[in-house]
Design a protein around this ligand. Structure first.
Ligand code: ATP
Ligand code: MG
Length: 443
């Protein structure tokens, strides 16, 4: 049995004590495997460390079926299998040496076998890995396909939702457009209705206003005609005395005055009314000095102020020249003064108006007009420029005075007008217009 107590040392080096040396040719030693038979690990560890690098086979005696790795880290590189195969085939005396001296072909065969086996194991592992990887890849492909399908489904769902929503939105849009159209129509109708209502009240107001002066004028004219008739008869009868003639002349002068005053009042009202429908073409555009226009307007307004406790203070820039509409400026001014007398100072014993003109900048006139009268309530203030807005309906107010101011300033002269007021403290109007009016009426 090769598992005798004597281990066999196969190198050319002197055998350590207690070992049997196998005599090998140097050639064999260098090319062949070195096989050691040892009774136990301790022996191996004690005798072979110096030769470990050269060893290609180790045979352990039966009963020591340990792994080479456990023997020593130094011996780790030694091929254990070749020797084991050989030993496993027949553990008979002399075999170990035979193995030790195995020819190169057998050694190669051992090596090839071992390599093939390793490769096969490796291949097995690789195949296993490959299969595993394939399985995982397939699983991933499956997952991906499922996710893709789900995504497709979701997309289709989304697309149909989007289509549905688009249709809904288009319908809502059409509905909204129609509602907007309806609203605009309703708004226009409302405005028209309001204008008609306003026009109705305006006509009523105008009729009322004209009724008194024209009625008075008519009575006066009738009286005059009657007196003239009497005088004519007296004259025809040759009974016209000087006294009667004087009386007739006196009363005809009085009646003429009355007629003139009342017809003037009526004409004023009619002129006022005409302004509402005025168009740009009927306005005259001129180059003028502002103070000239203001002086002219004030002389025209003077009779209204005469005999009243109200006073107009002026602060005028005398160097303002304009290329605009003097008639419109005059109209604006007389409406503002008229309003102050009619509304601001109503039932008041005193009142001061202030008119100021100045250049706001090189191209713009600023005209301010204020009074210290009763002012305007905050809830009324936003309506002041609206057509037909009046707090004196049936008492001479048609509610068009400030509307005319507004349209003349904005549409004809290309400017703007603002109002501010503190109830009980007066009202302030600020008109700004370009020195050169726009060539065309804006509205
Ligand atoms: N200076 C003012 N102080 C107080 N209230 C005013 C003044 N100016 C205008 N108002 C108010 O604004 C309203 C509208 O004025 P607007 O000149 O447009 O009409 P009106 O004077 O009533 O009538 P119209 O001028 O057509 O004869 C007036 O009814 C009045 O209530
Ligand atoms: Mg007025």
């Amino acid at each position: 049995m090769a598992t005798s107590a004597q281990p066999m040392w196969t190198t050319l080096a002197p055998a350590p004590e207690g070992f049997t040396r196998v005599h090998l040719g140097k050639r064999h030693l260098l090319s062949g495997p070195v096989v050691v038979l040892v009774p136990d690990l301790a022996t191996l560890a004690a005798v072979v460390p110096d030769y470990a690098a050269r060893m290609q086979g180790i045979v352990l005696t039966p009963g020591h079926g340990m792994q080479l790795a456990q023997i020593s880290p130094v011996l780790w590189h030694v091929q254990l299998e070749s020797a084991q195969v050989a030993v496993a085939a027949a553990l008979a005396p002399g075999w170990l040496a035979a193995i030790a001296m195995a020819d190169l072909a057998t050694q190669k065969l051992f090596a090839v076998d071992a390599k093939a086996e390793r490769t096969e194991r490796q291949l097995h592992l690789t195949r296993h890995d490959y299969n595993d990887l394939t399985k995982r890849l397939l699983a991933q492909v499956h997952d991906l396909t499922a996710a893709k399908n789900e995504l497709c489904e979701l997309n289709q769902h989304l697309e149909s939702r989007v289509k549905e929503r688009t249709v809904d939105l288009a319908q809502a849009n059409t509905h909204l457009s129609k509602t907007l159209d309806d609203l605009q129509t309703t708004q226009k109708e409302l405005v028209r209705t309001a204008q008609l209502a306003g026009l109705g009240s305006l006509v009523a107001g105008i009729a009322h206003e004209l009724n008194t002066p024209i009625g008075t004028a008519l009575t006066a004219a009738t009286a005059l005609a009657h007196e003239a008739c009497l005088i004519q008869t007296q004259f025809a009868d040759g009974q016209l005395g000087r006294k009667a003639l004087d009386q007739f002349l006196q009363s005809s002068t009085d009646i003429s005055d009355l007629l003139e005053r009342n017809l003037t009042r009526a004409a004023e009202r009619i002129g006022h009314f005409k302004q509402v429908a005025v168009d740009g073409g009927s306005e005259e555009r001129h180059h003028f000095e502002l103070t000239d226009v203001i002086s002219g307007t004030l002389s025209f307004l003077a009779p209204k102020l005469q005999g009243t406790p109200y006073h107009l203070a002026l602060e005028l820039d005398h160097c303002i020249e304009m290329d605009s509409y003097p008639g419109a400026i005059s109209q604006v001014l007389s409406n503002l003064v008229g309003n102050a007398l009619l509304h601001a100072f109503a039932e008041r014993n005193t009142g001061t108006m202030r008119l100021r003109t100045a250049l706001r900048d090189a191209t713009t006139l600023e005209l301010t007009f204020s009074d210290d009268g009763k002012g305007v309530a905050p809830d009324q203030l936003p309506h002041l420029f609206e057509p037909f807005y009046t707090t004196k309906f049936g008492q001479g107010g048609s509610g068009l005075g400030l509307y005319i101011v507004y349209t003349q300033v904005r549409d004809l002269m290309g400017g703007r007008v603002e109002v501010s007021s503190l109830e009980g403290q007066g009202t302030h109007f600020c008109v700004t217009v370009p020195l050169v009016a726009p060539r065309q009426r804006l509205r």
